[in-house]
Design a protein around this ligand. Structure first.
Ligand code: NAP
Length: 506
């Protein structure tokens, strides 16, 4: 049964109300920025019983973020306590919990409330949650994440397996691993981290590889007590690391991925090839680990331990295709049965979901699912025509890759706030991206996508159903420029039927 909604004052008497959906990295950021901007009327809806998004859900052994921690932090909340250059997942989760508490936004989170319906009716967004709670707001910020819905492979007989079976993002910590024969399906970032962390803890580890991966060597030193002391004393030392890392990742990586002809890509591939040649002793194993596509076509994997792990005596790399799963293990096409106690599906995510399965209905009853029928898109990754006052963080066409998505979300939230301020300053209450602007952007995006490294002939989660990369295909510098100031001519602002908000823009 629906719970009653709090009585709302008339539109003219109140500041706009914001509904933030999702309490992961972007949702926490949205709330903090709203507070700072003086928009104190907001609620954060979170379906789980705690915050943290991807860092709450991914707890597999070996989980770290392969973006340096001083870069993978909010710009306004540097953390002198990071233990390593690439810190483990549990530490990252604790960081988000700490920031949410310190900035006073944790108390505004409504846990256990999955937003199931979100509809633009009579000029306001009305939501309904899984518990029947309803709420209404003027603006929605969808901070629902990208790598969120596990993708389960279509392998025959999975349900027949009598051992423990789970997805990498749903790790079952009750399953004992010592003395276990463990199989891992997949060779993405998750699988590579799992293999490196597990091999010495289990009886045997079998990695089922469909596609080999390019792997860049990285080192992950711990910060010393003296270094942390220095960070506490001089926060500018953290800022310097952050700026340096950001520049290196953006100039040396993000900006070159979008130009498949960039000579820098050759250097990246050379680095990966040398890593393979120098790290893998056995020629046969080396060849089976050698990819047959260009480095960085798939998201580049950074690892300091995978090659070592896969050469351990108790590790096996299986490159025969999987025929099916049986009660005692995995059968490959050559007829071999690989007997297992535990099977981990490190098979990635359904990356085209975004806010769905929530039913989102925009102006005139238009349904987001229908609008996104041939694939999700958003103007500058932020807005969709006919969904006024509805903004996505890390939404479709957003930059993704080996750089900080926190940095990306911060740029996006800055843009959204400017847009809201401009709308209110103009005396309007609704802002809707124009269809022509969206089409223009999408056509340009699709054209640019063809010359990115991601389009050079590999399968990856970056590609849509037609095989076209969906991520931001321009430089990250261009994204920063676009986000710096909204082009207001690309939006229609209106104030239908109700007066403008009384609040003066800050
Ligand atoms: P992923 O990169 O999508 O990899 C999925 C793997 O599963 C691929 O190797 C794929 O093979 C394999 N696979 C899927 N279906 C299969 C099937 N039916 N049979 C055999 N193999 C199958 O997923 P992920 O490793 O979870 O990583 C997803 C993303 O999460 C990453 O790209 C990254 O953005 C993020 N991530 C980041 C970090 C970090 O440190 N920052 C860590 C983990 C994850 P094919 O290659 O042949 O398709």
């Amino acid at each position: 049964m629906s719970q009653p909604t709090q009585p709302q004052p008339a539109a003219s008497d109140r500041s706009p109300r914001f509904l933030v959906i999702g309490a992961g990295m972007s949702g926490i950021l949205a709330a903090i920025r709203l507070e700072e901007a003086g928009f104190g009327d907001y609620a954060i809806y979170e379906k789980a019983d705690r915050l943290g998004g991807t860092w709450r859900e991914n707890t597999y052994p070996g989980i770290t973020c392969d973006v340096p921690s001083h870069f993978y932090s909010y710009s306004f909340a540097p953390n002198p306590e990071w233990s390593h250059r690439f810190s483990p997942g549990a530490e990252i989760l604790a960081y988000f919990e700490d920031v949410a508490r310190r900035y006073g936004v944790e108390r505004r989170m409504r846990y256990g409330e999955e937003v199931t319906r979100c509809a633009f009716e009579d000029g306001r967004w009305r939501i309904e949650t899984s518990t029947g709670r309803t709420d209404a707001g003027d603006f929605v910020i969808a901070a629902t994440g990208v790598l969120h819905h596990p993708a389960y492979p279509d392998i025959e007989g999975l349900e027949d397996f009598e051992g423990a079976l789970f997805h990498s993002a749903r790790w079952d910590h009750d399953v004992p691993l010592a003395d276990a024969r463990v199989g891992v399906v997949g060779t993405g970032s998750s699988a590579i981290q799992i293999v490196a962390a597990l091999v010495d803890r289990v009886e045997s580890l079998t990695l089922f590889q469909r596609t080999a991966q390019w792997i860049a060597a990285v080192e992950n030193p711990a910060y010393t007590d003296e270094e942390k002391q220095e960070f506490r004393r001089r926060p500018e030392a953290m800022r310097a690391i952050r700026d340096e890392t950001a520049r290196a990742f953006v100039d040396g990586f993000a900006n070159v991925l979008v130009d498949a002809d960039s000579p820098v890509l050759g250097l990246i591939e050379q680095n990966c090839r040398e890593n393979l040649e120098q790290s893998v002793a056995d020629a046969d194993l080396r060849e089976r680990l050698r990819p047959c596509y260009r480095a960085a076509c798939k998201r580049l994997i950074m690892s300091d331990g995978f090659y070592e792990a896969i050469q351990r005596p108790n590790a096996a790399l299986v490159t025969e295709p999987i025929e099916g799963v049986e009660k005692s293990g995995v059968r490959t096409r050559d007829g071999a049965l690989h007997e297992l106690d535990v099977l981990v599906l490190a098979t990635g995510f359904r990356v085209d979901r975004f806010v769905r399965p929530m039913r989102v209905t925009g102006r005139g009853g238009v349904v987001l699912d229908d609008v996104w029928q041939s694939g999700p898109f958003a103007y500058l990754a932020i807005a969709v025509p006919d969904f006024p006052n509805f903004f996505l963080l890390n939404g479709p066409n957003s930059p993704v890759g080996n750089f900080s998505l926190i940095d990306v979300a911060e740029m996006q939230m800055g843009y959204v706030l400017q847009l809201v301020e401009a709308t209110l300053a103009g005396g309007a209450s609704e802002v809707d991206v124009r269809a022509e602007a969206t089409q223009r952007f999408d056509a340009e995006r699709r054209e640019a996508a063809k010359s990115t490294i991601w389009a050079t002939g590999c399968r990856s989660w970056y590609l849509d159903r037609e095989g076209l990369p969906t991520a931001w295909p321009f430089t990250l510098d261009r994204f920063r420029q676009e986000m710096a100031r909204p082009r207001l001519e690309d939006y229609a602002m209106r104030s239908p039927e109700r007066p403008a908000h009384g609040r003066a823009p800050s």
